[in-house]
Design a binder for this molecule. Sequence first.
Ligand SMILES: *Cc1c(COP(=O)(O)O)cnc(C)c1O
Length: 427
Amino acid sequence: MAESRHIETQCIHEGWQPRNGEPRQLPIYQSTTFKYDSSEEMGRLFDLEAAGYFYTRLQNPTNDAVAAKITAMEGGVAGMLTASGQAANFFALFNICEAGDHFIASSAIYGGTYNLFGVTMKKMGIDCTFVDQNLSEAELDQYFRSNTKAVFGETITNPTVSVLDLEKFARLAHRHGVPLIIDNTFATPVNCRPFEWGTDIVTHSTTKYMDGHGVTVGGCIVDSGNFDWLAHKDKFPGLTQPDPSYHGLVYAEAFGKGAYITKATAQLMRDFGSTQSPQNAFYLNLGLESLPLRMQRHCQNGQAVATFLSQQEQVAWIDYPDLPGDRYHALAQKYLPHGSCGVMAFAVKGGREAAIRFMDSLKLITIVTHVADSKTCLLHPASHTHRQLTDEQLRESGIAPDLIRLSVGVENSEDLIADLRQALAAV
Ligand SMILES: *Cc1c(COP(=O)(O)O)cnc(C)c1O
């Protein structure tokens, strides 16, 4: 489809374009396997000599249609769905890192990703250095090693809603001959397209705004096709040396700009199998159709709620990049000119106890371990996800003991503000 179309149009029409007499809506290919007339044809698929479907663990037409839609939205060249956002981030790195390698990640990233990088991947022999994303380029330069293979960050971090300086990180990564991988979950391509700022690979937890209704866990990886693997041949042997599991095929030579996603599909999905179910891909596609409308409302509501909270006597502090006084407002204006997202962090005066009383007084807004869907919800990490930590330990992990993460949905903002007002009065 014409690349110049706007994202609202892409969200409706990209991916599945029915031919004459075919279903108007994206069909769910609820099939593990695909039939061929000759063993010759099937064999060519297994050798990656022909493109086609043979087993859903590797590829499925429903999934591919949805991945193609997200790829178009991001302005990339190839993409794939994964079973979760965790799987997307793991594969995005494991596709180019192996035991003995190292990568650099912002320390402000989502807790689940922090564990994956800092604990589990370490056990696999892949070392990660966490850095303060607000350091200068010269300071960040010092963390690179000869075995560094990638730089990782989030457009807007979860839960501290810090905006990453994408251009700074892209310059840094490229100066050291490695790709920049950005988790674009909170911004979505509706509000930021990281490839336009030099990012090489984008990941998503589609569980959040893309699905938007809190019904499916899923992930996605999109490649811009811009990183030149062959120019850094020694650093990325997985892409530039023969793959013995495919008769010595060299991905970067055989597939050009499609090499990274082809390898992740043909090798990692084949071996790890963290595939999204076609049924979930179908739900995700429905969510994507309304994503631009919802993001607009999430941002309008976010602005209204954040402005209200910032004016309340009982509120100790609030972080929301769209507020003029926010420490990330300048970066948000550059990278997120149409708004950031519906997530904000704030605190009620009076510490943990006040936070608990406030939350228990809410009537419309619910306490759930989720963010970024249509229903407004909140979470207090100190009494929920991180409750085993002391205040001291919380501060060490960058989370204030009084931090409340509020994810503003798409209800009417007056009703949300009324609920917040009565709960603040009860504190
Ligand atoms: C939720 C989240 C993830 C993990 O995604 P799952 O779909 O829950 O596996 C990764 N990154 C960010 C920014 C998230 O918010």
